[in-house]
Design a protein around this ligand. Sequence first.
Ligand SMILES: [Ca+2]
Ligand SMILES: [Ca+2]
Length: 436
Amino acid sequence: MNTVTRLLICVCCVTLALGCQPAGAVESGEGEASAAAAVPAPLEILAHAPILDGVIEDDQWTVFHSFPAGDSAASISAAWDAGRLYLAADCPETASAVFYLDANADGWLVGADNFEIRTVTSTSAPQVTVLLHNALQAPAAEPSPVVLDARAAFRTVGARTVVELEIPAAPSKGLVYEDGKAIAVGAGICLASDPSKMIPAEPRATLKAFVLKDEIQPVAIEGLKLDIRMKDRKLIAGQTLSLDFHADNTATEPLAYSNFTIGGEPRVADLLNALRVRGGVLQPGKGIKWGFSTGLPETMPLGTFSVLGEMNLEDGRKARVVSSFDVVEPFEAALDTGSGPLVPGAERKIVVSVKNNTNGPVNGTVRLVLPQSLMGGVTKDTLKFSVRSEGSTSRVEFKLRRPADTADGEQTVVAEVEVKGVSRQLESAILLGPVQ
Ligand SMILES: [Ca+2]
Ligand SMILES: [Ca+2]
């Protein structure tokens, strides 16, 4: 038996290569009913993008449809990350597969969001054709080709083919993937043994709705306790995130694992290091501890982010622990120039409050930048400060005396706060008024 293995990855071929077709056009009512009737299942965001290689990775895909195909069965899966939707078909050797994407889950052939993505796998390289059925512009049964950088890969091993498809977000075309968004997808295949027959006969009537969920959930396995212990959960850009990953076998049997990984969630996956450690065996009652650290770039955005520790067991199960950290401003500062008019010869307290957001001391300087007319009104225009502990505030006070010969009117006072090269400028108005 000559087994031919094909591994081909193709970048968006827009050639209109038609595979087999569904039996006929679906009226809008049918598809709408099937998409709207079911309660949408959550589709969890991926911690790591799948590799487009015609192999379905463990635990990355959610199977949403299985049906008989030839002598065996086919299954269709979906997955998503911040910028892409992924669809896959695992089936007997195919000639082609077609995927249907109702981007707003408002019904097939309803609205301008009905994408039909055809992949041909009987050729040497997969061909991908994207068609849009826009019910708002034209008879929706007449689709028009759309340029989308959709990519497919397939691999046929023995008698089975796996097709993986990646559909990038395209907001201008209504393709947006974000938390809480509902989408509906469906698929059909044409087997190599009977390439003119679509299975199932009407895939557009089998669309299933999902709600995209961007929170990565922990996955527990009985007898395996995973933990992430961070040295500091509150960090500023440029600092180092340090943690210990713990995996303990609390069961009575050894647990063999093929690897474990530590890294950032998808939003920060490119900004943080990722670690993959090869497998071993956790004996009953024993555990491992693995230190991990990654420097946050100076450009790290503010916000709360997750780090994930995942352990893949040799029996195919996966456990995951999730922990979060905050990226904060190193300090907050406010400028108070007082209220009411400042009369000639009078004195005013100009106060800069600096709040420490880090767990170490914050030391820095405040420089007052005064308008020309008030220069010479302070004896010192730069003061040092120190805020010892997190959450505490220091007040930096300047005494400003209004020179006698200045004109009345509103002026702007600027305070420059600088901490280890990070500076903030604060502005406030001060009113110079006449003697009453
Ligand atoms: Ca893959
Ligand atoms: Ca629709």
